[in-house]
Design a protein around this ligand. Structure first.
Ligand code: CUA
Length: 336
């Protein structure tokens, strides 16, 4: 092989590799990293991408070089020389991919087993999935139940999943892992959040008409802020002040991810606008308080025009004091 050919191949390969590297590094392919587990998964991703870039550069170099160098003359209609295989080349192009794929497999297996392993002193949260909402229960805080997942940063978290109806799947992109929730089976997931912030909790298993609305929020807080929040919540549920705890019940349940309510700063439009509750109650021909209470515990009893049936889950398991507080809060808020 001539020296010029080798230089040309290296030149094309470096250019192709640089272009692929730029595309890999400078486009935002992945969400932010917010957990130890996600960081490990990203390591596997970048390891695989690096291998792909090298192979891409190699293939592009040989291909472009061959297209230019071995092009037949315009009036040359003859066949090329017959080829009967090349044992040396075949061994090489079998061995190299075998080694690379095995390396990716071993790396992935190590990351999987480390991500499955529970960390020291884990904090447990029970997650319940149902059409179409998430609820989070804290056994270490008198089984406090909320609609927003709050977690302390840099602590090993154990999520235990229960599905009430069909298969759902828990996913926070920034945390990296997904876990199916299966009726009748206990599933679990370990997460060690490493970044303060607010992230989307998404259902990634098509679970029915309201699947796209089955979202919640994960808030990662400092340990001090988390402890303070836990304390305030365990007190709030026994607070005698209905206006205060009603707002908390609204915030701690997924109401705001589907409905608009100005008083709570909620602006979602999946379900009816709660600022118009008095008008809706009038249209339904029911007293406002009864209308709101029934709409929470048995949402299919009356369906607002223009909205589908079976999207809102019944919140019939809400403790009575919380339900009362929420109803009063909604009456006050919607009357302006
Ligand atoms: Cu639950 Cu999709």
């Amino acid at each position: 092989m001539r020296r010029g050919s080798i230089l040309a191949l290296i030149g094309i390969g470096v250019l192709a590799g640089a272009a692929a590297t730029a595309v890999a590094l400078f486009l935002p392919w992945l969400p932010d990293v917010a957990s130890e587990e996600r960081a490990r998964i990203d390591d596997v991703f970048w390891f695989t991408v690096a291998i792909c870039i090298v192979i891409f550069a190699l293939v592009v170099a040989v291909m472009l070089y061959s297209i230019v160098r071995f092009r037949a003359a315009p009036d040359d209609d003859s066949d090329g020389p017959p080829t009967h295989g090349h044992t040396g080349l075949e061994i090489i192009w079998t061995l190299i991919p075998t080694v690379l794929v095995t390396a990716i497999g071993i790396f992935s297996a190590v990351v999987l087993s480390r991500n499955d392993a529970q960390g020291k002193d884990p904090f447990r949260v029970n997650v319940t999935a149902q059409q179409f909402s998430w609820s989070f229960q804290y056994p270490e805080a008198k089984n406090l139940t909320t609609g927003v997942l709050r977690l302390p940063v840099n602590r090993s978290i154990e999520l235990y999943f229960t599905a009430k109806d069909v298969i759902h799947s828990f996913w926070v992109p920034e945390f990296g892992q997904k876990q199916d929730t299966v009726p009748g089976i206990k599933t679990q997931l370990h997460i060690t959040p490493t970044k303060l912030g607010t992230f989307d909790v998404i259902c990634t298993e098509l679970c029915g008409l309201g699947h796209s609305t089955m979202r919640s929020t994960a808030v990662v807080m400092s340990q001090a802020a988390f402890d303070k929040w836990l304390r305030s919540q365990t007190q709030a549920t026994t607070s005698p002040n209905p206006a205060v705890s009603g707002a908390a019940v609204f915030k701690n349940n997924p109401c705001g991810s589907c409905h608009t309510l100005q008083a709570a700063g909620a602006t979602a439009t999946v379900g009816p606008d709660l600022d118009k509750l008095p008008q809706f109650a009038q249209e339904a021909g029911q007293p406002l308080e009864d209308f709101i209470r029934t709409s929470i515990t048995d949402p299919n009893a009356y369906i607002q025009k223009g909205y589908p049936r079976n999207v809102m889950p019944p919140f019939s398991s809400l403790p009575k004091d919380q339900l009362d507080a929420l109803v009063q809060y909604l009456i006050q808020s919607s009357k302006g």
